[in-house]
Write a protein that binds this ligand. Structure first.
Ligand SMILES: [Fe+2]
Length: 153
C-alpha cells in the first residue's frame, strides 16, 4: 500500500505516558501481520490523494489478526494532507489518536485530540478525519451490535 511509506514517520512520536509507549511498541510488533486495505470514498468528501494516501488495517475483527465479530480494533494510517471521507456506521466507536491530525463528528468543528487523545462516536454519527503536515495514525474500536456491521472505520 503506497500510504505505508509513511508508517515509519507516523511511529516517530514520543508519547507522554508509559502506557502509550507500550501501545506503540505493541503495534510495531504486530504491524507486519496486518493486512492493509483501502476503503472507497462513497460520499465524494475525501481529498484527491485519498486512494493512495490512506491504509486501514484490522487488528481484531473480520480480516484481522484475531478473527472475531463482537469487538473490532483497527488502525488508520494517512499521508500528510489527506482527508478521509465522511462516513457513518451503526456500531459505536472510540478512537485513540497517536499523531497530529484533526477529526470531526456530527455538527462539531474539526478538533485535534493530540497524541494519546481519545473521543467517542455514538452509533450512526457522521464523522471524518484529516491529516495535517505529518502522517496521521489512529486506532479505532467498534462494538458491532449484531456481530455484523456494514462498514469499517
Ligand atoms: Fe468510523
Amino acid at each position: 500500500m503506497p500510504a505505508c511509506v509513511h508508517l515509519h514517520n507516523a511511529l516517530h512520536v514520543s508519547p507522554a505516558t508509559e502506557s502509550l509507549r507500550r501501545t506503540l511498541d505493541a503495534f510495531r510488533a504486530i504491524e507486519p501481520k496486518i493486512t492493509w486495505r483501502r476503503r472507497e470514498d462513497t460520499t465524494g468528501t475525501a481529498s484527491e490523494n485519498f486512494n493512495d494516501g490512506h491504509a486501514n488495517g484490522m487488528i481484531i475483527g473480520p480480516g484481522g489478526i484475531e478473527l472475531r465479530s463482537d469487538v473490532w480494533l483497527g488502525v488508520t494510517l494517512m499521508a500528510p494532507k489527506t482527508r478521509y471521507p465522511d462516513h457513518t456506521h451503526a456500531p459505536e466507536e472510540t478512537y485513540l489518536v497517536m499523531s497530529e491530525g484533526e477529526f470531526q463528528h456530527g455538527e462539531s468543528s474539526w478538533f485535534s485530540p493530540g497524541v494519546g487523545g481519545t473521543f467517542y462516536n455514538p452509533p450512526g454519527i457522521w464523522h471524518a478525519m484529516r491529516s495535517v503536515e505529518k502522517p496521521l495514525l489512529a486506532f479505532w474500536a467498534l462494538r458491532p451490535c449484531t456481530g455484523r456491521a456494514n462498514s469499517t472505520d
